[in-house]
Design a protein around this ligand. Structure first.
Ligand SMILES: NC(=O)c1ccc[n+]([C@@H]2O[C@H](COP(=O)([O-])OP(=O)(O)OC[C@H]3O[C@@H](n4cnc5c(N)ncnc54)[C@H](OP(=O)(O)O)[C@@H]3O)[C@@H](O)[C@H]2O)c1
Length: 341
């Protein structure tokens, strides 16, 4: 079988192809012949040594995939060879074959193609748990999505629309037309416009009820100021530490110093809330993920969730694929195609 690995920390070109033995599934595992793997920003960070907790190179990577089950372990009851599935995976889905616990595998919804299946698990569960579980979204509320044109961003748009709330999105300017077509009411080009001023203008000075922010310290600090009473700021990434194609200690240090300190006593008086979310660190809370997936699948059944796929690269083009995302060229999800070895 073939795997894409991080051979050492560095620019996209450190991604290499490795030949390996096809693994045997354990008792509670299934072996999936991967068709597509979803690319996530965290893998770019892992490649640059900016993702705490990721395994050290040389290492496989990848958190989600879709494909067809080839073999099942002796205790597996929910799946059989030939089933089309989508799956979470811990640092290994950039591969033609993966073994994963049956708990991390889900039947591909009938209305999804296999490429949509690879664009679904991580980003939709992330967006769903932030918006519905932590964010407790209500119809008529106003939500600010940072990185609205990204993979999590486009998933969040569909979920917020489903909840009947209004959306303000930040992104590079060229994505605005597409965002408006998806239902974003107001778009902000953060490179040219003052995000705080625009949000206050769009909300007639009230601020927003919910912010989902993967950017970093300066934006989190600004976000807190933009919250309406009972507003919630959910931080779920620190993309600002990614600058250029290699780790830059000066950028990292500068970012660390911008991380705001929130004062609970002031939060009490202001009726504002700051929360963190990290799907990868939800160990021993798998039942909460499962619960979110069950509720998410009910929305899938309504036909309102359609993963936005920007581009599919063959797995041998993994370096080009990482570079493409880092150059901010994607609108929605980017995948690797593992169908042809
Ligand atoms: N906590 C969790 O459980 C969790 C789960 C999934 C994802 N995340 C985080 O959510 C964020 C979005 O992830 P994603 O996979 O959906 O990626 P993505 O949004 O597709 O990432 C690419 C886009 O991010 C924007 N961006 C902002 N800062 C950037 C930078 N320094 N370098 C390159 N692009 C930058 C660009 O859009 P614009 O040009 O439009 O700004 C770019 O097109 C990431 O920070 C990721 O780590 C967290």
């Amino acid at each position: 079988m073939k795997q894409v690995i991080i051979s050492r920390y560095g620019p996209p070109e450190v991604l290499k192809i490795r030949e390996n033995q096809i693994p045997e599934p354990g008792d509670h595992e299934v072996l999936i012949r991967v068709h597509y793997a979803g690319i996530n920003f965290s893998e770019i960070m892992a490649r640059m040594k900016l993702y705490p907790g990721a395994p050290k190179p040389p290492t496989t990577l990848g958190s989600e995939a879709s494909g067809i089950i080839e073999k099942v372990g002796s205790s597996v009851t929910g799946f059989k060879p030939g089933d089309k599935v989508m799956s979470f995976c811990r640092f290994g889905s950039y591969s033609t074959h993966i073994c994963v616990s049956e708990q991390m595998v889900f039947a591909l919804p009938e209305r999804f193609t296999l490429d949509q299946g690879a664009a679904f698990p991580l980003v939709y569960v992330t967006a769903f748990m932030m918006i519905y579980d932590l964010g407790n979204i209500q119809p008529g509320e106003a939500v600010l999505i940072h990185g609205a044109g990204g993979a999590v961003g486009t998933a969040a748009i569909q979920l917020i629309k489903h909840a009947g709330a209004g959306i303000i999105g930040t992104s590079s300017g060229w994505k605005h037309e597409k965002l408006k077509k998806m239902g974003v009411k107001y778009c902000i080009d953060y490179r040219k416009e003052n995000v705080y001023d625009k949000v206050m203008e769009f909300t007639q000075g009230t601020g927003v009820d919910l912010i989902i922010d993967p950017l970093g310290g300066k934006s989190w600090k600004n976000g807190y100021r933009m919250l309406a009473p009972m507003g919630k700021l959910i931080v779920y990434g620190d993309q600002k530490i990614v600058s250029g194609f290699r780790k830059n200690p000066f950028v990292l240090l500068k970012e660390l110093f911008t991380i705001p300190k929130f004062n609970p006593a002031l939060m009490l008086g202001e009726n504002k809330c700051v929360m963190g979310y990290h799907l990868g660190k939800l160990r021993n809370a798998e039942h909460k993920i499962q619960n979110a997936v069950d509720r998410l699948m009910k929305i899938v059944d309504t036909g309102k969730l359609n993963p936005v796929i920007d581009r599919i690269f063959h797995y041998t083009e993994a370096p080009e694929c990482h570079r493409y995302i880092q150059e901010r060229k994607n609108f929605g999800k980017v995948l690797l195609d593992f169908r042809k070895e």
